[in-house]
Design a protein around this ligand. Structure first.
Ligand code: APR
Length: 248
């Protein structure tokens, strides 16, 4: 275990109840779900403009749905990592206020996180392109019909945020509220490149919060972090957790 983990454990203990986690694809990389950037990233293999934009969906809804169904088939084989599980446990123990995630894989919810903000929606929800019907498929459930059709006759779309789309206003305001209260933000597994999500930790920093980055690599947010644990999410959080056990 590293001295950084000890320092982070002391910090988190001191700010217990005022700690928030901000997560990205890296926290799910350990359970086999590809990240977007960097080695083997999805955007190294697929063009987001072809698959993750409203225009791509209008042009070829079946192609977009087949890509999401493929991602769903990958994700449903995965189980929450020790990192997902520790964050849920720290929330149940009252140390962590909750999780603001950019991920759509649903693994924080599967791990038991309750106070969870899914900024970019969920791959396990779909919504109608015409009426306001929204359907929760449930983790692991892939629609039989591609593209799925709403009872109103229009096609359904994944309830996720695509490039060039605004974030859901309720998710954004909940995330802002949590960042406003945070004394410590654990920034886990994100390149910090995609706005406006990546501006949230900086909002907390601007209000005096301390950022802790947990990521094997340098990122766009590294220079704002007081502590940086250059390890995978599970190894890092398990290290912090072991020290927490010893701090009275
Ligand atoms: N533990 C922690 N971090 C890891 C791990 C790991 N085991 N493995 C990889 N990482 C880090 C990488 O170093 C990288 O910094 O996870 C980060 C993943 O970055 P991205 O692939 O850019 O994912 P993310 O930051 O979540 O992307 C944000 O971009 O395409 C959009 O909507 C998509 O929500 C996504 C957003």
């Amino acid at each position: 275990m590293s001295s950084e983990e000890l320092k982070v454990a002391e910090l988190v203990k001191r700010s217990s109840g005022r700690v928030i986690a901000f997560t990205g694809a890296g926290i799910s990389a350990e359970v086999g779900i590809p990240t977007f950037r960097g080695r083997d990233g999805l955007w190294e293999r697929y063009d987001p403009e072809e698959l993750a934009t409203p225009r791509a969906f209008r042009r070829n809804p079946e192609l977009v749905w087949r890509w999401y169904a493929w991602r769903m088939s990958l994700i449903r084989e995965a189980r929450p990592s020790p990192a997902h599980e520790l964050l849920a446990r720290w929330e149940s123990e009252g140390m962590l206020m909750g999780v603001v995630t950019q991920n759509i894989d649903g693994l924080h919810r599967e791990a038991g996180s309750i106070n969870l903000v899914e900024l970019h929606g969920s791959i396990w929800r779909m919504r109608c392109t015409s009426c306001d019907l929204k359907l929760d498929l449930g983790f692991g459930r892939i629609p039989e019909e591609i593209p799925p059709v709403c009872s109103c006759g229009s096609i359904m779309r994944p309830d996720v945020v695509w490039f060039h789309e605004p974030l859901p206003s309720d998710a954004w305001s909940r995330a802002e509220e949590l960042m406003g209260k945070a004394e410590v933000v654990l920034v886990i597994g994100t390149s910090g490149l995609v706005m406006p999500a990546a501006s949230l930790p900086l909002m907390a920093l601007g209000r005096g919060a301390i950022l802790v980055e947990i990521n094997p690599e340098e990122t766009n947010l590294s220079r704002f972090a007081r502590f940086r644990i250059r390890k995978g999410a599970s190894e890092a959080l398990q290290g912090v957790n072991r020290y927490l056990g010893g701090i009275s």
